[in-house]
Structure formats: structure tokens, C-alpha cells
Write a protein that binds this ligand. Structure first.
Ligand code: GLY
Length: 372
């Protein structure tokens, strides 16, 4: 098991990464469970996560004499809604949650974001523990305190920064994840290599297959390196005000346009859009002369080798560069009329560029839409 510290003044916490952590959750999270005494411990769980992993968590809590009160969340982004938030908050109030209590969130990003936001506003902020069961949640969304719901105008438009008190990333939960979702989460692992760690990038070129095959040693290394990178960035720039945390948006501006063009549907999962978005950011960086074309193709090769989409033309979007740029203008990353792009100086060295010409991006995308 690896332990990664997220260092934040007065709100530091640990991320534990390892096999079978849910089976010993009562030990790792003892100080957050004990205060419940004879009350039931509230666990907000994705329906699938409850089905696959709920019993292990329940057995562990039973060893310390605790029972669980379950709040089940249906899988999918639609659960991150005002209505979903209201029913969760009402349920937590009904459970008699005090500000000093901790709510447990078992599932992927949807559950973590929803439960985290409910805890941010409940009694002006109660505690929570993240039990992420998807690769994407383990390496990204469960760490760093971004919580949110969606509204009719877009994803994650209403939320709060609210850090968890503990994250247990149980790697054994990943064996029940559909292969496509596993690959989508793996895209976020690639992201850490591309944006800030060329040694990790090279390691992924060698050992990426082993990570996707869930070989325990490789998987623990990849998740731990990713979480450590995220922890460093969050400690430096918790609220994304000085540019460091914005680097985590590598591939997300292009990716957002692709998700919008495919109706935020199952046609393109978020991680898949990020993977293709990173290819486009790399190729655009090469077009601008910032990195070698060969490096952009190394990134493309790594994305492709993981079975992730690497060519925009293959999506058959039926739209042009200008309409994709139009979607980008509705991105919440738009700031004071400019759209910041994360580009590359080299593999392992991303930077934030506020001077990208959108006409040029549109012409670049028109070229890419023709590449087969
Ligand atoms: N997922 C990007 C961030 O946490 O900042």
C-alpha cells in the first residue's frame, strides 16, 4: 500500500492506494466512523458500486460494530442535478448528520462530486471520505476537493472546493470496471506523464499494457505516481488561481468541444475526449513549432496503443473546425473573454497559453478532420 499526503494548511489528508482497502476501511477510517456510536454510518453509493463492493465495506464496518445507511445514486451524469442534490441533502439531514460527522462516498466521479458538494453545503460544511471505485475517480476526481453538480447550461457549473478528510483508492475495485471505462480513466494517467513527468511518460510507453491489464505492481505504481502529481499541484494551487492547477486541464479544451459535438453522450466518454484532446493539443503545439512533430506522434501512439481515440476524423462528427471552436467558447474555462489553452513545450512540460488565435485553431481542426 502507498500513502500520498495532500498538504493543505489545516486541511491536509492522506490518499491510500492499494489492494483490498475496502476490506479494512473500518481500520483506515476509524476516527471518522467511531463518532457514529450506535447511529448508522451514511454511505452515498453508485448503484453498481454498491452491488459489487458494498458488502466488503459493510463487513469491514461490522467489525467495529457499525451498520450502514445506504443512499443509492443511479449511474450517470444525470444524477449530478439540483434534484439529486436536494434529495441527498434532505436524506442526510434526516439521518441527523452533524457538522463534525463524515459522510462516505462509494463510486466514481458522479457520486464523489455529488456527495462532496452536499457535504460542502450541509450545515455549512461537514466532513466526507472518498472511496473511489473507478480509475478516473482514483487518479483525478476524488483528490483535490472539486465538487459540483450540472445544470441545464453545462457540466459542473455549480459547486464548491471542499476537500475530503481521507481517500481510500482500493485498486481491487477496478476489476469489475468495464474495459472502456478503465481505458477512459487511463487517459488521465497519461495526462500526468504528458503534462509534467517525461520519466513517467517513458515508463507508460513500456508498462502501459500492464497497467491496463491490472497487474498489481504496475497499477499501484501508475495510480500512486498520478495521485502524487495531483497532490503536488493541488497543494501549490488549490483554487486554480495561479495557473498550476489549470495544467490539469490538458486536453480538456479540445475535449470539451468534442464532448459537446457528441452531445455529452456515451458516444465519447469524458476520458476518451481528454485523450483525443491531448493528441490535438500536442499536434497543435507541434504546428506552432513548440514541440517536435515526432513528440506529438509519440503522444498519439501512446493514446492509440491504449485503445483510446487518437484521430478526430474517425469520429465522423459531421461538423467543421469553426463549429468546434464555437463549442469551446461555451467552456467554463473561458475567462475575461479569452480561452486559455494548455500546450506543450516538450513531453513533460505543459504550459498555459492565453494568446492562442481561435481562427488558427479552427483551421487546424479543419485539417485534422481530414486526417485518416
Ligand atoms: N480535474 C481537474 C482538477 O481537479 O483540477
Amino acid at each position: 500500500m502507498a500513502v500520498v499526503a495532500v498538504e493543505l494548511a489545516g486541511r491536509s489528508y492522506e490518499v491510500l492506494v492499494g489492494e483490498d482497502l475496502l476490506d479494512s476501511a473500518a481500520v483506515h477510517a476509524r476516527r471518522f466512523i467511531e463518532p457514529y456510536g450506535k447511529r448508522k454510518v451514511p454511505v452515498v453509493a453508485d448503484r453498481e458500486a454498491r452491488h459489487h463492493h458494498g458488502d466488503r465495506l459493510a463487513h469491514s464496518l461490522a467489525t467495529s460494530g457499525h451498520e450502514i445507511a445506504w443512499f443509492i445514486v443511479e449511474p450517470g451524469e444525470a444524477s449530478k442535478s439540483w434534484v439529486g442534490l436536494q434529495s441527498l441533502v434532505d436524506w442526510l439531514l434526516d439521518q441527523g448528520i452533524a457538522r463534525s460527522d463524515h459522510v462516505f462516498a462509494l463510486g466514481g466521479g458522479v457520486v464523489g462530486d455529488l456527495a462532496g458538494f452536499a457535504c460542502a453545503i450541509l450545515k455549512r460544511g461537514c466532513g466526507f471520505v472518498q472511496l473511489p471505485t473507478t480509475l478516473l475517480a482514483q487518479v483525478d476526481s476524488s483528490v483535490g476537493g472539486k465538487t459540483a453538480i450540472n445544470t441545464a447550461l453545462g457540466k459542473n457549473l455549480v459547486g464548491a472546493f471542499h476537500q475530503p478528510s481521507l481517500v481510500l483508492a482500493d485498486l481491487s475495485t477496478l476489476s469489475t470496471l468495464p474495459a472502456r471505462e478503465l481505458r477512459a480513466g487511463y487517459a488521465e494517467i497519461l495526462k500526468y506523464g504528458i503534462l509534467g513527468d517525461s520519466v513517467f511518460f517513458e515508463w507508460l510507453e513500456e508498462r502501459g499494457d500492464a497497467v491496463l491489464a491490472l497487474e498489481p505492481e504496475a497499477l499501484e505504481h501508475a495510480v500512486t505516481v498520478s495521485v502524487s502529481a495531483k497532490a503536488r499541484i493541488v497543494a501549490e494551487d488549490e483554487r486554480e488561481t495561479i495557473g498550476a492547477r489549470a495544467l490539469l486541464n490538458l486536453g480538456h479544451t479540445f475535449g470539451h468541444a468534442l464532448e459537446a459535438a457528441t452531445g455529452f453522450s456515451d458516444r465519447l466518454l469524458h476520458g476518451e475526449a481528454v485523450a483525443l484532446g491531448m493528441v490535438l493539443a500536442a499536434r497543435y503545439s507541434a504546428r506552432m513549432g513548440f514541440i517536435a512533430h515526432g513528440d506529438a506522434e509519440r503522444i498519439t501512439g501512446l493514446v492509440d496503443a491504449a485503445g483510446l481515440p487518437a484521430e478526430i476524423a474517425a469520429l465522423n462528427l459531421g461538423c467543421d473546425g469553426q463549429s468546434l471552436v464555437g463549442y469551446m467558447l461555451h467552456d467554463k474555462k473561458m475567462d475575461a473573454g479569452t480561452l486559455p489553452f494548455i500546450l506543450l513545450h516538450e513531453i513533460g512540460a505543459a504550459y498555459l497559453d492565453r494568446n492562442v488565435k481561435l481562427d488558427d485553431v479552427s483551421a487546424f481542426l479543419d485539417e485534422q478532420l481530414k486526417v485518416h
